[in-house]
Design a protein around this ligand. Structure first.
Ligand code: URP
Ligand code: ZN
Ligand code: ZN
Ligand code: ZN
Length: 484
């Protein structure tokens, strides 16, 4: 059975042109005029783009005494509904637990995924066992990205010696280091001070994590990565201070990428001052939402290329779960949703306003991250031989976002009431039409794990350069006699 997408305009990270797309066995087999197939999808007036890749999700994540409510079943359905065809989730080993052991649990959780998915590994502690296991994670299990939390002291946080050890090992093995960059020691001090002063509400969450804690940690991670010789990916870059550190590093030739979230681009800190406790607590995430100046900085970063990827950090907790933190903001589970809304919100606030071109939209929602993660062009491309993970985007289709109509399993939506223009007409996951003109036709279990090899092009370039510039003894012809 073949499927053809007809009469659309193909939009990729670097090209815009009219052509039909033929799909067979989940793969693109032909691109050109007047193609025919058994099943026909009409893309008149639409853009045919690579499906979105969200490289930052936490589905059924054990965190702060509970589990995030969207799992791989509801989470991937939400993804497809919004035009995202691949998610990358974080495997979180417990203290003392091995990488491979933890990974098995994530494979068990993800069997009902309806779109393709991959994993990043988190380094939540450090020791010989993990040092020894890293090669097998990269070479046998297809995970080449390792995240380090510089915050969440007493839980997920690792210290600088552990960061340096892990980064150095990744440099040897051709992996990529990732960081959640916030100074966890200072956050812990600020939290205690705020609580002692009677600041117990969700607004104190924002006060406890000012831009300085993020800027400092981002810069520190960049410098440690540079010394270790490893490429660095900074997740959820939310403020100018962190963006500045990334921008500077890139200008110096360091291999660093920054990832703003759709939430930070479009929602601001005033949410925390809402009189309704639930409203504010539902928006508690780390880093917190910032002011308009920080938002402008993030948009400029996407425009100039100093920031590379727009993600969601989808980590959805119900209102009931959020209420664990009534009377103590430090107990509000950190995280917000966004999987279904990332693409329409970015199109509406990016492309429709003229801040982003359509090609830049494709780059930051799909192609750039596919290249960074080393799964391009199987993913992130409209090319013969690529997976038919596609979204047929209708720029005229509109809706108002509301929790009542969402796929996510939680009882609210942080974008509630936002009007979006630009939505999927069809979303295809390896050729299967999972969204068909407003109708959800996802198949649980259709999603497959995407293995990603280590030692991608940036690793190779960086290790060649580091080798060329490594310290080595100067060869001298004569040695002066001592005591002269
Ligand atoms: O608040 C957040 N971001 N929760 C999810 C875990 C993380 O830090 O990425
Ligand atoms: Zn994080
Ligand atoms: Zn996260
Ligand atoms: Zn299928």
């Amino acid at each position: 059975m073949t499927t053809v997408i007809k009469n659309g305009t193909i939009v990729t990270a670097d090209l815009t042109y009219k052509a039909d797309v033929l799909i067979e066995d989940g793969v693109i087999t032909e691109i050109g005029p007047d193609l025919k197939g058994d099943e026909q999808l009409d893309a008149t007036g639409c853009y045919v783009m690579p499906g979105g890749i969200d490289p930052h999700t936490h589905l059924e994540m054990p965190f702060m005494g509970t589990y995030s409510t969207d799992n791989f079943e509801s989470g991937t359905r939400a993804a497809l509904s919004g035009g995202t065809t691949m998610v990358v989730d974080f495997v979180l080993p417990g203290q003392g637990q091995g990488f491979v052991d933890a990974m098995k649990a994530w494979h068990n959780k993800s069997t009902l995924a309806s779109c393709d998915y991959s994993f990043h590994m988190a380094v939540t502690w450090w020791g010989k066992e993990l040092f020894d296991e890293m090669p097998t994670v990269i070479n046998d299990h297809g995970i080449n990205t390792f995240k380090h939390f510089m915050a969440y002291k007493g839980a997920l946080m690792v210290n600088d010696d552990e960061l340096y050890a892990s980064f150095s090992r990744l440099s040897e093995l051709g992996g990529i280091a990732m960081v959640h960059a916030e100074n966890g020691d200072v956050v812990a001090e600020l939290q205690a001070k705020l609580l002692a002063e009677g600041n117990t509400g969700p607004e104190a969450h924002a006060y406890s994590r000012p831009p300085q804690v993020e800027g400092e940690a981002t810069n520190r991670a960049i410098m440690i990565a540079d010394m270790a010789g490893v490429p660095l990916y900074v997740v959820h870059t939310s403020c100018e201070e962190a963006h500045e550190a990334i921008r500077r590093a890139k200008q110096q030739g360091k291999r660093v990428w920054g990832e703003p979230l759709i939430q930070h681009l479009t929602l601001d800190e005033s949410e925390y001052f809402n009189k309704d406790w639930d409203h504010a607590a539902r928006r508690v995430m780390s880093p917190p939402f910032r002011n308009k100046q920080h938002q402008d900085s993030l948009w400029a970063g996407l425009q100039s290329g100093s920031l590379s990827v727009v993600a969601t950090d989808h980590c959805a907790f119900t209102t009931e779960q959020k209420r664990t933190g009534l009377g103590d903001f430090t107990k509000i589970p950190n995280g917000t949703g966004g999987l279904e809304d990332r693409m329409p919100m970015l199109w509406t606030h990016g492309v429709n306003t003229g801040r982003l071109t359509m090609n830049e939209f494709v780059a930051v929602t799909s192609t750039n991250i596919a290249k960074i993660l080393n799964c391009y062009p199987t993913k992130g491309a409209v090319l013969v031989g690529a997976d038919a993970d596609l979204v047929v985007w209708d720029p005229e289709k509109e809706k108002t976002i509301t929790a009542g109509a969402q796929q996510s399993a939680i009882d609210y939506n942080v974008f509630e009431g936002k009007h979006v223009k630009g939505l999927p007409r069809f979303t295809l996951t390896r050729g299967h039409v999972a969204v068909h003109d407003g109708e959800i036709r996802t198949q649980e279990g259709h999603g497959k794990f995407v293995k990603r090899k280590g030692n991608g092009t940036v690793n190779k370039a960086l290790s060649s350069w580091k080798e060329l510039t490594a310290p080595r003894p100067v060869q001298r012809s004569g040695i002066p006699a001592s005591g002269v």
